[in-house]
Design a binder for this molecule. Structure first.
Ligand SMILES: C[S@@+](CC[C@H](N)C(=O)[O-])C[C@H]1O[C@@H](n2cnc3c(N)ncnc32)[C@H](O)[C@@H]1O
Length: 464
């Protein structure tokens, strides 16, 4: 006979096949696969005394509640489930009726209608959608929320009983970056991050519904921060999980609101890009806002400058003009557009977005600008000035050494440990570990466009 979770898994596949793409996307209905549901509930601690009050927020077809039931059985007092889509809510009701458990189904908005009760176990795989500052539901939030998934987690946390535990299947994006600062503060001020599990592959977990976000499972409890945090990782959704334990202080810095997935390597590099006086800026020409002034073929006019994209570096060093489907020329003939140019000097450009095929997330190139150019907005560039006053680097060797360093496996690992995103922002670059500028200049002489990863790592080895 099929287990309750196997039945729920079959219902899930049915729903995925029979729900149209538009509805799935409008309600962010990425239903949890059974292996993920099982792993998630295994991260709860054991229950006791037969009276667990449980809550499932954005329950969908109820697979997470079913997994909670399989985990705790008779230890459950009741499960409250909240789901806004009446069709899924009715499927969920059928699922839960098959179990020997008391449940209460709320068909409504989780941010408004979640019962104001205390729960010992809260589970959720919330919708991932932007939440505007003007969304009237912000009034129910303990802070201004940038995304629905964060709002759901916050609602769940406010319902935890003392010692209660919440498990959420969410993207990794909350762990760094400015958008989620208030969420991290909310958690670090009042709760304990007990454990999390990271999926190393972006595509596997929600493969059937095309979720490309890097996903994690996190357990947060209504306790003071525990001294040890358990971190699990696995590749695909059914792969073997490897667990490691770290002192919480090595992963969580409540002052700077940083949460890492692995401790920082204790190398000799103590400084950062910004502490070394370097400054990342984002390329100032936004191509879709400059449609009337960008060209594929150079017009025969005054005020035309090269425009460079990441594609111009595809061979490892700048090539311009290059035919790869992007306009290569920019007309700067007003004060505003002239201010968008980058003047002569040495710089390092860093791609803001890497593709899935790329081995590294951080991809950097040295750049010698010989007459003013426009740098497109999908590139960051590093200089020695301030955000509003660009000053070129002091030498090409420095630019080459910095590009080598940023392309090292050491920096790639550092970046993956702090960020779940493939996007590299100026803020991420500022915080990157950085050797002294004289050391970078020294290794810079070894730069070539065709170095292999092994060669880059060997050159950078002595600086770590
Ligand atoms: C990512 S799916 C997960 C469903 C289910 N928990 C699972 O793990 O398979 C998110 C669910 O939240 C529901 N949802 C979206 N917005 C909601 C809201 N404001 N309040 C309650 N549920 C919502 C969607 O209909 C969907 O079922």
């Amino acid at each position: 006979m099929m287990s309750a979770l196997e039945c729920a898994a079959a219902v899930r596949i049915d729903l995925i096949n029979n729900t149209d793409e538009c509805k799935r996307s409008a309600f962010a209905q990425h239903l949890t696969p059974p292996e993920t549901a099982e792993l998630a509930v295994s991260m709860f601690s054991d229950g006791h005394d037969g009276s667990l009050r449980c809550l499932d927020l954005g329950a969908g077809s109820g697979i997470l509640s079913v997994a909670v039931y399989e985990r705790y059985g008779e230890l459950i007092d009741y499960i409250d489930v909240v789901e806004s889509d009446p069709v899924l809510a009715s499927v969920c009701q059928d699922e839960l009726r098959r179990l020997n458990v008391t449940f209460n189904l709320v068909v409504g908005d989780a941010l408004r209608a979640t019962p104001a009760k205390q729960y010992d176990r809260v589970i959720l795989n919330p919708p991932y959608k932007k939440m505007s500052a003007g969304d009237p539901r912000q009034q129910f939030m303990p802070f201004r929320s940038a995304n629905l998934y964060v709002a759901f987690v916050a609602i769940g946390l406010t319902r935890l009983s003392p010692g209660g535990e919440l498990i959420a299947i969410i993207p990794r994006s909350w762990m760094n970056g400015g958008y989620f600062t208030s969420f991290r503060r909310f958690i670090l001020e009042g709760y304990s991050i007990d454990s999390f599990h990271i999926y190393e592959s972006r595509t596997n977990v929600f493969a059937e519904t095309d979720v490309l976000q890097e996903t994690m499972i996190v357990r947060i409890s209504n306790n003071r921060q525990r001294e040890t945090v358990h971190v699990g990782s696995s590749n695909g959704r059914a792969d073997q999980v490897t667990w490691k334990s770290y002192p919480a202080k090595d992963l969580i810095d409540s002052n700077s609101l940083v949460i890492r997935v692995a401790p920082e390597c204790n190398g000799s590099v103590q400084s950062t890009i910004s502490a070394e006086g370097l400054c990342p800026s984002t390329g100032k020409v936004v191509d879709f806002r400059s449609r009337e002034r960008i060209y594929y073929d150079r017009p025969n006019e005054e005020g035309i400058y090269p425009l460079v994209y990441a594609g111009n570096f595809a061979g490892g060093a700048i090539e311009h003009p290059l035919d790869f489907g992007k306009p290569q020329w920019f007309r700067a003939d007003t004060q505003t557009t002239i201010n968008q140019l980058t003047r002569e000097g040495f710089y390092v450009v860093v791609k803001r977005f890497s593709s899935k095929e790329e081995r590294r997330r951080v991809v950097a190139y040295p750049l010698h600008v010989q007459s003013p150019i426009g740098i497109e907005n999908h590139l960051n560039f590093i200089h020695a000035g301030k955000p509003r006053k660009v000053v070129p680097l002091s030498s090409m060797e420095l630019a080459q050494g910095l590009a080598l360093w940023l392309n090292s496996t050491f920096i790639d690992k550092w970046f993956r440990d702090v960020s779940g995103s493939t996007q590299v922002n100026a803020g991420d670059i500022k915080a990157m570990p950085c050797p002294s500028l004289s050391d970078l200049e020294r290794i810079g002489v070894y730069w070539r466009a065709d170095l292999t990863q092994e060669m880059i790592d060997a050159i950078c080895e002595e600086l770590k």
